[in-house]
Design a protein around this ligand. Structure first.
Ligand code: SF4
Length: 333
């Protein structure tokens, strides 16, 4: 199957007063039709910069190398007008902060239908409004006729996020990029919003990049996972492979830090990954996870030699030098 979106050796750097900051470092992945790819990592791992690069929303001073292809067409280097034609219609984004992303002085219905009017100017005002009401109904907003003319402050947090989803799917894009779509919501609303996204994805058969720091969210929604650390891809595989046979110490640390009802013991604390991510201004020559890694090699191999992504199985890859022997190293330590 041909990928819908293909990212090859993407590197994004930003010039700063202290030197070049490498936000994304040699990242490669594909997104296939109808697939959901979960991109996981902590703040500063390069997840959101990657999505901004795909959408052509990075500032002009960003230095981008590598290739981003959508349906085989190169996106890197395209002019603003070309990217505007693509955004919303073919690739759309659900932003994480609905309150900040919705304009407080415009009615929600008008904001949702703006993208329809831009990409389909031949539609009448009545047809655009009808489509807006359909979208509100589709994302589960009660009383869409009344809600259409309300302002964002009259919506609850969960409803605002649903309105954001309605806005992003207005033109039934082939690729949806959901950047922490449930971060600001409580767990009940979070589940409802994820359910809405899954329903819409099924209906429109769109592919999705689900960007999150929450492994619980990807476990229920993604087909494959890509784990990022310090701008680099450290592990990728099918959801079950990564959850049940993690092949990178960082992924193991993330999974161990999750609360689990089946492992709860009185007084037991959650595990944590000690230390902090490295400065993106001065990335180490070897593995960026070395200072925090309890599997690191004492001979200095980890600190000096950059590990390349290599296959653990046909569908599972890791960029740890010791991906194949982590269990025995854990027993020995
Ligand atoms: Fe840890 Fe070394 Fe593997 Fe990096 S390469 S994750 S430091 S064991």
């Amino acid at each position: 199957m041909e990928p819908l979106l293909e990212v090859r050796n993407l590197t994004v750097r930003f010039p700063t007063d202290d030197g070049l900051l490498t936000a994304v470092d040699d990242l490669s992945f594909e997104l296939f039709p109808g697939e959901t790819l979960g991109i996981v990592g902590e703040s500063g791992s390069g997840k959101s910069v990657t999505s901004m690069a795909i959408l052509g929303l990075l500032p002009k001073y960003a230095r981008i190398q590598g290739s981003i292809r959508f349906r085989g067409e190169e996106l890197v280097g395209r002019v603003d007008q070309e990217m505007r034609n693509l955004r919303g219609r073919h690739i759309a984004m659900i932003f994480q902060d609905a309150l900040a992303s919705l304009n407080p002085v415009h009615r929600v219905g008008a904001q949702i239908t703006e993208a329809i009017a831009v990409h389909a100017p031949e539609l009448s005002d009545t047809a655009v409004r009808t489509r807006g009401l359909e979208l509100l109904n589709l994302v589960g907003i009660p009383n869409p006729v009344d809600r259409y003319d309300q302002y964002p402050h009259e919506y609850s947090g969960g409803m605002r996020q649903r309105a954001m989803i309605a806005m992003s799917i207005a033109n039934e894009p082939e690729v949806l990029i959901a950047d922490e779509p449930t971060t600001a919501l409580d767990v009940t609303i979070q589940a409802q919003v994820m359910e809405v996204i899954a329903r819409i994805q099924q209906r429109t058969n769109s592919s999705m990049m689900l960007i999150t720091h929450d492994l619980g969210v990807v476990a229920g929604a993604a087909d494959r996972i890509l784990v990022m650390y310090a701008g680099r891809q450290v592990e990728t595989g099918l959801v079950d492979e990564v959850f049940y046979r993690p092949a990178h110490p960082y992924t193991r640390g993330l999974l161990a830090s999750l609360p689990r009802l089946d492992r709860r013991r009185e007084g037991q604390r959650l595990e944590r990954i000690a230390g902090q991510p490295p400065s993106l201004l001065h990335l180490p020559a070897g593995c960026a996870f070395t200072p925090r890694c309890r599997y690191a090699d004492a001979s200095g191999m980890c600190g000096n030699r950059r590990p390349e992504l290599h296959e653990v199985s046909a569908t599972h890859s890791s960029s740890c030098h010791f991906a194949d022997s982590l269990d025995s190293r854990a027993d020995a330590s």
